[in-house]
Structures are given as structure tokens and as C-alpha cells.
Design a protein around this ligand. Sequence first.
Ligand SMILES: [Ca+2]
Ligand SMILES: [Ca+2]
Ligand SMILES: [Ca+2]
Length: 325
Amino acid sequence: MSILKCCFILLIISFVITSCKKDNNDEDQIQNNPPVASFTVTPTTGNTSTTFNFDASASHDDNDPLSSLQFRWDWENDGNWDTQFSNDPTSTHQYGTEGDHAIKLLVQDTEGLSGTDTRQVTVTNPPFQCGDPFTDPRDGEIYNTIQIDTQCWMSENLNTGNMINGNLDQADNGEIEKYCYDNNEANCDTYGGLYQWNELMQYSTNDSAQGICPDGWHIPSDFEWMTLEMAVGMPESEVVKSGLRGTDEGAKLKAGGSSGFEALLGGYRNNGGSFLSIGSYATFFTSSHSTINLSWCRYLFSTKDQILREKFEKTFAYSVRCIKD
Ligand SMILES: [Ca+2]
Ligand SMILES: [Ca+2]
Ligand SMILES: [Ca+2]
């Protein structure tokens, strides 16, 4: 073999090796990697009327620009995609139920490779609107509510705390105690609990104290009762009187009456520990005390359409209606 021929063969071999290497480099450059999915949520907490905004424009890919990537969303991360693929990296969603919801994003590049990202939002109940049922967060009891003119009232008597026997006094012991008429819990379910004044005020003497009402509610004052009575037609000159007042305002406040207040004739417990007058009287303490021993009250009657305003012994136990702050 001539030297020239030998050199030529070496040249061919070296050329082949070089071009092979070049082919390998080309393969490295066109190798595709999945996109990196990334998104933000604004806000991260809200309620069932909140529109949550999702922005996945921080997602990126090795070969494809953002505009070529496809996005889809699973709003509860339950494995079922809730949107079609879209070129738009942003989306919005509202949640119908409260709780923590995980969101999954899928980003796909032009060759079908994909990446995912997840985030979480917290959804709470919407703000309370008067007329909606109110759930007491302390025990899950649910109360109907009614807007009467300027005031928002519960339209059911409060039923909270632990039942104690009628022959015991309720005590300043850090727990809410209630009587149920005839010591029968079923009467509390229907008529609500009966409470002595100091207990229902939780040992405050302030007008409109929260007392045993849930947060955001309080024990109505004598004046707030007067406002209610005027809203259902009692003249201002009458509301300030004591004794039986007005004409048919009591009838409007009783169950089935036109106001929606739905007062039930739950009777009361006297200071001797006896239960009296269920089906005959509805009895309510106000948060306005008159003397160390007496507080202003309201009575409604099965046989009368008027409303009694009088001072009674704080050691009696009456029904409680909460009014919104
Ligand atoms: Ca890619
Ligand atoms: Ca889903
Ligand atoms: Ca107590």
C-alpha cells in the first residue's frame, strides 16, 4: 500500500469519526425535556363567592416558548380534568363548598411531554346575611334569623349549654348551664333553654352584653325590645310604659304572627325550681337590669295580643333570644 493511499484511508476514517460525533451532538440538541409547570393563586383564602385567579405563566420549557404550551386544570385534584387544554396560562374558579381544595395544573409542550404543579386554597362560608340560618360554631345548633326593620333577630330561642336539674341554681363556673322545661331535653329542642339572668348575661351587668349568645350576637336590651315593638306598630308613647302595652303587637311576635319573630310559649322556671306556664307564656329577660335583684322582661301570652313589660327576679329562668350586633 502506498503512503498516499494509506493517508487517504486515515483521512476517510477520521472524517467518519468526526461526523459521527457531530451527529451525536445534533441528537443532544434536539432531545426534548418535559415542561416545568408552575402557577400562583390569588387570593389563597376566600369564601364561596370569591373568584380565585390562577396564573401559570411562570411555567417554562426547554424548546417551546410559553405561547406554544398548553394548560389544563383540575380544581379539586380529584383526577378529573375540569378544563380543556388551552394556550391561556391563566384561569379563574369559584368553589361551591367550604374546606381546603388542592388544585392541579398540567402543562404540555408541542411534543406531548407534560409537567404538573399543585397548590391549595382555603374556602370558608360566605359572610352571614340576615335571613339565612345561622350555625352556632360552639355546638352546631342552627337558628333561623329574621330581619325586622333595622334589627336582625334569631327567630328561635337559644338552646346552648349543658342541662342541669331545675332544683339547682346556675353558677358562675365557666360553663353554660341551661334548664329544660320539666327537666326534659326534648323541651329544649323545641323551646330552647331557660336561663337565670346572671347566667344568660355571663355575669356581666352591661346593656347589650354578649352573654351566652354566639360571637357576633348579644342579649337584647330593654331599648332594643322597644325598637322591635315599635317596628311592629306599638306607638313610642306606649313602649316606655310598664305592664301590658299596645294592641296586637304581641300577636305579631308569636309563632305564626306576621313579623316572623316566631316567639314560642315556652313557659319559665321560678326561683323555687318549678316549671310553669308552658303553652301559656313566652318569657324573655332583657340585658337591662333594674336593680341588683330585678331585670326588665317581656311576656307574651296565649290569651292576650299585647306585650307585658315588667321587672322580674333575676333568679327566675326565661328564654333567650339573641340579636345581631
Ligand atoms: Ca419540552
Ligand atoms: Ca376535578
Ligand atoms: Ca354557668
